[in-house]
Each structure stands twice: as structure tokens, then as C-alpha cells.
Design a protein around this ligand. Structure first.
Ligand code: PLP
Length: 419
């Protein structure tokens, strides 16, 4: 059974002050997750998590993560600016972008961020843009083909197709690239790869680590470049359905340690730092979207209309993603009604749930849409003139803090030209 991190009494108090819909985040859960992750990799002295800003680009969240020792992973100009505004400095920032404009490399270099190149041609582009190659540099690897893990009767536990993805260098380009970068003045090298997203398997990171550790040993031996860090990127997932088992981050850290001992240590590379760039694992379960039931509709199906819509959370609409829903205060009641839970966009895919078994809902009930802490608010948009909601932080002491106000019509009109 999935329980919300906020009680119905707390929600009554919060909604008396802040109108629905809003995204709510759990400070306690965020800090605990960051600490569990850090403990899982404590065997590696250089270990660091660079939180993927795109998942939750909100100062109130980034500052919490900074207090927990995390850096940030940015992929755009404004994410770099946001990291800077939140107090991340120099190599606290990782810059992993693709099809990168020159101005973004300029800002990344000015801030002293670690630049992670997505493509071989960006070596010359970076040199032309900056006039030099930074001493610390990273390159993103794409092994091509298909990546799969854990075959069973139900299929593969993890399955993705790097060969179809636009990111990263080929293996050959990586060897050429490292030699070229070294000749241009680079001294400290990193490698990075992202092979599968939202994985629910303790084997994903260790398998990825195995691939990258062998690659790093080959690269260091053949090019003489000093590999200083290996970035396992994001992709550790969360259980969205009540019957799914969560990942065991301690087991994941231990699996990566075993690969490190087997591959890097014998290669004389026991000084390599491990980095991660987790977004979903860090924040997903530690946020929810709170919305109110506002209408019923009885036609060929039973609909509950709510005051949030896909513009507040687009994952169900675009990926058919499952987000668990509980009705606040009715968590223990039997789920003996079947509803489509829908928003108000003029788009028939604006459904948070289809044929979902829920307790009987009444107008005014608060629905908690779970696991929206990452790639939730941040993917929001203004279609149909919908305004972005507020974001609130439930603090460890039970109080609530506004960490982003809701948009107003003035915000919506601010960029329009009427003349
Ligand atoms: C999106 C992204 C991440 C975070 O992915 P999650 O699935 O949220 O863990 C990390 N690194 C890069 C480069 C990304 O693009």
C-alpha cells in the first residue's frame, strides 16, 4: 500500500492557506534519501551526487540538497544561472548538455563548472568558443546497440536502445577525443553514460559501472589520459505502482563497489571518484501533486474532474505514466469505485488515471497524486492558458513554506506584445 507523506489533517491546514492545485515536497524524505545515497557510496572517498536540476528546478529544493552535500547537473543556460544563484560554485556544477549553444559553454566555463561534452565535434567548438580547453573535462559515452538486463518470462527487467539515442561519443570517438583533448591541454578526464531511464533493478548501476570501468581502464592505458572520475548519471528509478519493490540503494552502492574492486583497483585506478546525477530517485517519491475534485460526469464512463491538469503534470498524458492516487482521509477505505480522473484541458489525453479503482469520491475531496517530485512541476506548460501552480515544502517540523508562488494572469501576459 502506498501512503502519502502528508496526513489529511495537515492537508486541511495547508489548503486553508494555499489553494489547490499545488506541488508539495517532503523535506524529511529528501534529506533521508540524500543521506541514504551518500552512505551507499561512502566507500568511495571522491563520491558525489550532482542532482539533475531539470527534475526539480526550484531554489527551495536545490538549497536543501546543497546542505546535504550534493552538487548540480545542468543542461541549459538558466539551469546554470539557477545553480549559481543557489550558491553552487565551480566544480559543484556539472554541465551535461547537447546541441549546446556557445553562450552556455561560456557561462559554464565562467562559473568553473565541469563540462561534459556530448559529441566529438564539440571539442573544436569548445576550443573556438573559449579559446582554450579546460584542464578538467568529461565526455559522454554511447555504446550503441541494445542495453538489457535480467531476462525472465515477463521480459527484460531493464531494456533500452542506446543505438537509437542522440547522445554521446562512440567508443572510437572517445579514444580519438581523449588524445585530442590531451594535446589541447586537458589534464583530468571523466567519462559519463546514461543507458536506461527509471530502472527498477539493483543491477542497473553495477552493470553500467562494469562497462564504464573497463572502458576507463582501456582509455587510460591506450591514451595515457588520467581518468579522475566516472559519472554513472541518472536512471535509478522509483516504484510507482503499489506492488513494485523499491530499489535498495545500499545494494546498488555495494554492487558498484564490487565492480570497482574487480576492474579499477587491479588497473591501478583506485583513485577514481564516482559521481551520480540522480533526479527521479532523489525527488520523485518526495513530492506529490495535491488537487481537488470539482466535478463529476456520468456518460459512457465515470469521470472525476479535478482542478489540476496535464499542464501541472504531463507524464500521464505523454508517456501514459502511472501515478498512484489516494484520496486524502480515505486512504483506508475500500477501492470499490472505478473512475477516470481528468483535468480540464481541451485534450482527451488529459487524464491522470484511466479506469482507476478508488474509494467513493465526493466533490471537495483532496486527491494526492503520488511521485511527482521529479519531472513533475518542471515539465509544466501553459497550454490552454493554464497557469503553473505553486510549490510548497513540508518542513521537518511540520510547518509549510511557499517555495514558488503560483503563476498569475499577469505572468501569462508578461511576454505578449499587444501593439
Ligand atoms: C535527465 C538526466 C538525469 C536525471 O535522470 P533521472 O532519470 O531523473 O535520474 C541525469 N543526467 C542527465 C545527463 C540527464 O539528462
Amino acid at each position: 500500500m502506498k501512503k502519502p507523506f502528508v496526513t489529511s489533517n495537515q492537508l486541511q491546514t495547508i489548503t486553508a492557506q494555499y489553494p489547490t492545485p499545488f506541488h508539495l515536497y517532503d523535506e524529511k524524505g529528501i534529506r533521508e534519501t540524500a543521506r541514504r545515497l551518500k552512505a551507499a557510496f561512502a566507500w568511495n572517498p571522491g563520491y558525489r551526487e550532482y542532482f539533475a536540476v531539470k527534475a526539480t528546478p526550484t531554489p527551495g529544493i536545490l538549497k536543501l540538497l546543497r546542505e546535504e552535500g550534493c552538487g548540480t547537473d545542468c543542461s541549459s543556460l538558466t539551469e546554470l544561472m539557477l545553480s549559481d544563484k543557489c550558491g553552487f560554485r565551480g566544480q559543484d556544477i556539472m554541465f551535461s548538455s547537447n546541441e549546446t549553444p556557445a553562450c552556455e559553454y561560456e557561462l559554464a566555463a565562467k562559473l568553473g563548472a565541469v563540462i561534459n561534452l556530448d559529441d566529438f565535434t564539440h571539442i573544436d567548438f569548445l576550443k573556438e568558443t573559449l579559446g582554450y580547453i579546460p584542464e578538467t573535462i568529461s565526455c559522454r559515452f554511447n555504446p550503441g546497440g541494445v542495453f538489457q538486463l535480467g531476462e525472465s518470462k515477463e521480459g527484460f527487467q531493464v531494456m533500452d536502445t542506446p543505438g537509437d539515442s542522440k547522445y554521446g561519443f562512440t567508443r572510437e570517438q572517445l579514444f580519438e577525443g581523449f588524445k585530442k583533448l590531451k594535446a589541447m591541454g586537458a589534464k583530468r578526464f571523466g567519462i559519463h553514460a546514461f543507458l536506461a531511464s527509471n530502472t527498477l533493478s539493483n543491477e542497473y548501476y553495477p552493470a553500467l559501472a562494469g562497462i564504464l570501468f573497463h572502458l576507463a581502464a582501456d582509455l587510460q592505458r591506450e591514451t595515457g589520459c588520467h581518468v579522475c572520475f566516472i559519472n554513472l548519471s541518472g536512471g535509478v528509478g522509483i516504484p510507482s505502482r503499489p506492488d513494485q519493490e523499491p530499489n535498495d540503494i545500499a545494494a546498488i552502492g555495494e554492487g558498484v563497489r564490487r565492480q570497482y574492486e574487480q576492474i579499477l583497483v587491479p588497473a591501478g585506478m583506485g583513485d577514481v571518484a564516482i559521481y551520480t546525477e540522480l533526479g527521479r530517485y532523489m525527488l520523485g517519491p518526495n513530492g506529490c501533486l495535491v488537487t481537488k475534485a470539482v466535478h463529476f460526469k456520468h456518460i459512457y464512463k465515470e469521470y472525476v474532474g479535478v482542478d489540476a491538469c496535464a499542464a501541472n503534470l504531463m507524464r500521464p498524458a505523454i508517456y501514459g505514466a502511472y501515478h498512484h492516487i489516494t484520496v486524502s482521509g480515505k486512504e483506508d477505505r475500500p477501492c470499490d469505485h472505478v473512475y477516470d480522473v481528468v483535468g480540464s484541458l481541451c485534450e482527451n489525453n488529459d487524464k491522470f488515471a484511466v479506469d482507476r479503482e478508488l474509494p467513493e469520491i465526493e466533490i471537495g475531496d483532496l486527491l494526492v497524486i503520488h511521485d511527482t517530485g521529479a519531472h513533475g512541476f518542471s515539465m509544466g506548460y501553459n497550454y490552454n492558458g493554464k497557469l503553473r501552480s505553486a510549490e510548497l515544502l513540508l518542513r521537518e517540523d511540520g510547518s509549510v513554506k511557499l517555495i514558488r508562488r503560483a503563476e498569475t494572469p499577469e505572468d501569462y501576459f508578461a511576454t505578449m506584445v499587444f501593439e
